[in-house]
Design a protein around this ligand. Structure first.
Ligand SMILES: [Zn+2]
Length: 279
C-alpha cells in the first residue's frame, strides 16, 4: 500500500513538471501513429453523423478541389509529414457555414458555404494550407497534452484501464471543442500556409483573401449566421490580414488582395470548375 502511495506521488510530481514544460515548449504526448488513429476515429464520428455533417455528394467538384488544389499543396516540400499522416479531404454540405477544419492525422473538412463564398483557387489553397498546418504542427494534440497531460500520464503510469484515456480523448472531441484554436496556433498556421503555398502554383499570401472579403462585406464584427462558427474557431481576422501582408513583403512578394487576378490567383478556373458547378 505504502509503495503505491509513493509511486503515485512520484508520478504526479513528474506529470506536473511535464505539464509546466509542455506549456512553454509544446511537448506532445501523442505519437504520429496516435494522431492518425485519433483522426480516423473522429472521421468515423463525422461520417456516422450525417445530420450534423452531411457529406457533399457532388463528386466532380470535390474531386477537382482534391486533385487540383489539395493534392497539389501536399506536394510542397515544406509539408513534411505527407507520408506519415493520412491526408484526405472531405466536403460538408452546408451552405450556411463559412468554415473549414482539420483533425489530427490529416483529415481536412471544407464546408460548401466557404467554397461558395471564395472566388479564387488561391483563396481556397490558402485556407487548405492553413488547415494542413494545424495538422503538421500538431496543434490539437498539443492542446490535449496541455489540458489533460497530468491525468493521461497518471492514468497510463498507474496501469489503469487504457479505455479511460480513450474516453478522456473522446470527450474532448464532442462538440468540436477541440477545434477552437488559440491565437498563437492560428498565427502559426497562417505563417505555414505562406511557406507551403510559396512552393506551389498559388500566390503565397492567399490565406488572407478570405479575411479580406469578410472585412469588405462587413462580416468580421458581426456575430450572425455562418461567420459565428468561423470566428469562434479562428480569432482576429483583421489583424491576420496585416500580419500576412508584412510577412509577404518581407519575403519579397508583391502584396495582392482578394480582388486580384493573374499569376498565382486562378480566378477563371475557380469559376468554371467549382462555382458554376455548385449552383
Ligand atoms: Zn485555424
Amino acid at each position: 500500500m505504502k509503495m503505491i502511495i509513493i509511486k503515485k506521488k512520484i508520478i504526479y510530481a513528474l506529470a506536473a513538471a511535464l505539464i509546466v514544460v509542455s506549456c512553454s515548449t509544446g511537448i506532445n504526448l501523442f505519437t504520429d501513429n496516435d494522431e492518425v488513429h485519433l483522426g480516423s476515429q473522429f472521421d468515423q464520428e463525422i461520417k456516422n453523423n450525417p445530420k450534423e455533417y452531411p457529406i457533399y455528394k457532388n463528386s466532380a467538384v470535390k474531386n477537382y478541389i482534391d486533385t487540383r488544389i489539395f493534392q497539389h499543396l501536399l506536394q510542397s516540400p515544406e509539408i513534411k509529414k505527407k507520408t506519415v499522416y493520412n491526408y484526405q479531404l472531405e466536403m460538408i454540405d452546408n451552405d450556411s457555414v463559412l468554415n473549414a477544419f482539420a483533425v489530427p492525422g490529416g483529415y481536412v473538412y471544407l464546408y460548401t458555404g466557404l467554397v461558395k463564398y471564395l472566388e479564387t483557387e488561391a483563396a481556397l489553397a490558402g485556407v487548405l494550407g492553413h488547415e494542413i498546418a494545424h495538422v503538421e504542427r500538431r496543434h490539437a494534440t498539443q492542446r490535449i497534452t496541455s489540458a489533460y497531460g497530468l491525468q493521461m500520464i497518471a492514468s497510463l503510469a498507474l496501469g489503469n484501464n487504457p479505455s479511460e484515456v480513450s474516453i478522456m480523448v473522446a470527450n474532448l472531441f464532442s462538440g468540436l471543442a477541440l477545434l477552437a484554436n488559440s491565437r498563437s496556433d492560428e498565427d502559426e498556421s497562417d505563417e505555414y500556409s505562406i511557406k507551403y503555398l510559396a512552393e506551389t502554383r498559388y500566390y503565397p499570401g492567399a490565406v488572407k483573401f478570405f479575411f479580406e472579403k469578410l472585412k469588405d462585406d462587413g462580416k468580421v464584427s458581426s456575430a450572425s449566421g455562418g461567420i459565428q462558427t468561423f470566428l469562434s474557431t479562428h480569432p482576429d481576422p483583421v489583424e491576420r490580414i496585416s500580419t500576412t501582408n508584412t510577412r509577404i513583403s518581407n519575403m519579397g512578394y508583391p502584396v495582392k488582395d482578394y480582388k486580384a487576378s493573374g499569376e498565382g490567383i486562378f480566378r477563371e478556373e475557380y469559376k468554371t470548375n467549382i462555382l458554376s458547378k455548385m449552383k
